[in-house]
Design a protein around this ligand. Structure first.
Ligand SMILES: *[C@@H]1O[C@H](CO)[C@@H](O)[C@H](O)[C@H]1NC(C)=O
Ligand SMILES: *[C@@H]1O[C@H](CO)[C@@H](O)[C@H](O)[C@H]1NC(C)=O
Ligand SMILES: *[C@@H]1O[C@H](CO)[C@@H](O)[C@H](O)[C@H]1NC(C)=O
Ligand SMILES: *[C@@H]1O[C@H](CO)[C@@H](O)[C@H](O)[C@H]1NC(C)=O
Ligand SMILES: *[C@@H]1O[C@H](CO)[C@@H](O)[C@H](O)[C@H]1NC(C)=O
Ligand SMILES: *[C@@H]1O[C@H](CO)[C@@H](O)[C@H](O)[C@H]1NC(C)=O
Length: 518
């Protein structure tokens, strides 16, 4: 590596020459317009559905890719949800907040038809997964909820807006039922398969699932043994989950994943979360599960994921560094065949992409805020925007990771048809407020093939420090506005490809090689 002197505000410590392919290789995955999607803790779904701020942040993404993020509603409270015709929306019981859990989840929630009808408020074209309980083994509740869900989606409003139920999910993280009181310690995946099949039979008979486009997704496990023993896709496939009548309606396997947990009040380090190599090892543990799932003709998604379990780690999950983590994590997931990544959110959770309503307690320690904090985006939302801009709005876009032999620089390239259009680069070295001088890496691009592009446009995610919680700008613009819509003058740099580009510690750049911009 050569040390070069570059005219810039930041000292360039070294340069990298990056070979950018001009055409996708045959295995390059086609990437969903809704790669980054939302998983919503359902105990406070009415707060999400009622937030025009939330809707604006979804519409922002639709404006970029042509499709809003998908949403999955359920999670932990899905297994604590009962149904009553006497309840309009929802009645829930919440434990007292604590410093570790400032916004606890409901221990008990009873919902009525109106709860599900709120789906009408979502943007046109929203695709949805909704969960019904398996934990309490109450078929009556599961069936009443499934009927209410189907009725909500069959409404003229949903039909006209193309708001579609892709999947019903039955039960959340059944592999943890033996730890949380739903099942004895002997609970196994074969019992899960029996229970799932019985309840799915009830549900599919009651809502005539086979006559609709809605399918089941299965799994939603918190972890995976990746073997035919323990809980894993391999185990439940070998135990026949796909062979029953409702099993024939399974179209996807959902895995849940967190990089660590804050459940006991102990978070990881932001610098570890952002590290290129740990992002890759967190995802590649699922390679064999993805292959086993694709071999059955099913889609494989991370149906619930985020940085640190139990709502995130303070000073880590809510920071700018988490945006770099989330972007690399979601894009890398596509490279092993994961089709979508649903980032989990709840009211007041630390790892949210956005906070959709005013909060009166600190998300970090539960202390009362001097004045309510209005709805706002958190840094992780920028990962959603940037992934969407890399993907773009064409029907078929392939994204490949660029091979970069360096521990702090990651890159991905997007192709429309077979044409190179854009690339994104992430410098994941954490630059903290107390760090020494911030350095840059100079990237030189080698573009092979005939008539390579000569100019490029650069868009930067500007970040003060990795541990900042606000003040980010994307191409000079901000989403930190009162309504969640972008504001400010777009600022791009146009450069000769031959000159390369600098990327600072804790920075993302989007390089557009196509003529014009976006
Ligand atoms: C469900 O609701 C019924 C009636 O409201 C109640 O008796 C029952 O305990 C509830 N079940 C759960 C698991 O909350
Ligand atoms: C099962 O759910 C139904 C409908 O919500 C409720 O009426 C019933 O009490 C529940 N049973 C139990 C044992 O919780
Ligand atoms: C849940 O709340 C309902 C009323 O909202 C109550 O009838 C039921 O007993 C509660 N169940 C549990 C398990 O606390
Ligand atoms: C679920 O299916 C079982 C077995 O067919 C049946 O006995 C039970 O009544 C069904 N329950 C509901 C709520 O549909
Ligand atoms: C996942 O990432 C975290 C850092 O956020 C790291 O501590 C952990 O070891 C990684 N897990 C795997 C399986 O690589
Ligand atoms: C930081 O930059 C200043 C000014 O260029 C320099 O004097 C100082 O030695 C640098 N510190 C480190 C730790 O590199």
């Amino acid at each position: 590596m050569k040390l070069i002197v570059w005219i810039t505000v930041l000292p360039v410590v070294f340069a990298l020459t990056i070979t950018i392919p001009r055409a996708p290789d045959e295995n390059a995955p086609f990437v969903s317009k809704s790669l980054i999607s939302f998983s919503i803790e359902q105990d406070r779904w009415p707060d999400w559905a009622g937030s025009s701020f939330f809707l604006n942040t979804l519409e922002n993404i639709r404006g970029i890719t042509g499709a809003p993020p998908d949403i999955r509603i359920g999670a932990n409270s899905e297994d604590k949800t009962n149904f009553s015709f006497d309840v309009k929306y929802a009645e829930a019981l919440f434990p007292a907040p604590s410093a570790t859990v400032p916004y606890p989840e409901a221990t008990n929630i009873t919902v009525g038809n109106g709860f599900y009808q709120l789906i009408q408020r979502m943007p046109r074209g929203t695709h949805v997964t909704w969960g019904v309980p398996l934990g309490p083994l109450n078929a009556t509740a599961a069936v009443l909820e499934a009927k209410a869900i189907m009725n909500a989606f069959n409404s003229p409003v949903c039909k006209a807006a193309g708001i579609t139920l892709d999947y019903l999910e039955i039960g959340n993280e059944a592999d943890l039922y033996k730890n949380n009181g739903f099942r004895p310690s002997s609970y196994s995946s074969s019992q899960y398969v029996q229970e799932w099949t019985a309840l799915a039979t009830n549900v599919s008979n009651a809502v005539k699932l086979s006559k609709t486009g809605t399918k089941f997704l299965v799994g939603s496990f918190a972890g995976s043994s990746s073997k035919t023993t323990g809980f894993s896709p391999q185990a439940i496939y070998s135990e026949g989950v796909l062979e029953s009548e409702p099993g024939s309606l399974i179209a996807a396997f959902s895995e849940h994943h967190y990089s660590g947990s804050f459940c006991a009040g102990n978070g990881g380090l932001l610098s570890d979360l952002m590290t290129k190599s740990t992002i890759r090892t967190n995802i590649t543990i699922y390679t064999t599960d993805v292959e086993a799932t694709h071999a059955r003709g099913l889609d494989y998604i991370l149906g619930e994921t985020n940085s640190y379990a139990c709502h995130g780690a303070p000073g880590v999950s809510n920071t700018a560094g988490a945006a770099l983590w989330g972007l690399d994590y979601a894009l890398f997931s596509t490279q092993i065949g994961i089709s979508q990544v649903f980032f989990h959110v709840g009211i007041g959770f630390k790892y949210n992409l956005i906070q959709p309503i005013s909060l009166t307690r600190s998300i970090l320690d539960g202390s009362p805020l001097p004045s309510p904090s209005p709805p706002h985006v958190q840094p992780l939302y920028y990962a959603n925007v940037i992934a969407a801009e890399l993907r773009g709005s064409q029907a078929k876009v392939q994204i490949s990771e660029i091979s970069i032999d360096h521990p702090q620089i990651a890159g991905y390239v997007a192709f429309e048809g077979s044409k190179l259009v854009r690339a994104v680069f992430i410098n994941s070295k954490a630059f903290f407020a107390e760090s020494a001088n911030r350095t840059s890496v100079h990237l030189d691009f080698a573009l092979d093939g005939p008539s390579p592009p000569r100019t490029m446009t650069i868009k930067r995610l500007a970040i003060g420090h990795a541990d900042d919680v606000s003040g980010l700008t994307w191409g000079g613009q901000t989403y930190e506005t009162e309504n969640g819509k972008v504001r400010g003058k777009l600022s791009l740099e146009v450069q000769h490809v031959a000159d390369g580009v600098d990327i600072a510690e804790t920075e993302v750049i989007l390089v557009n090689f196509a003529r014009g911009y976006l």
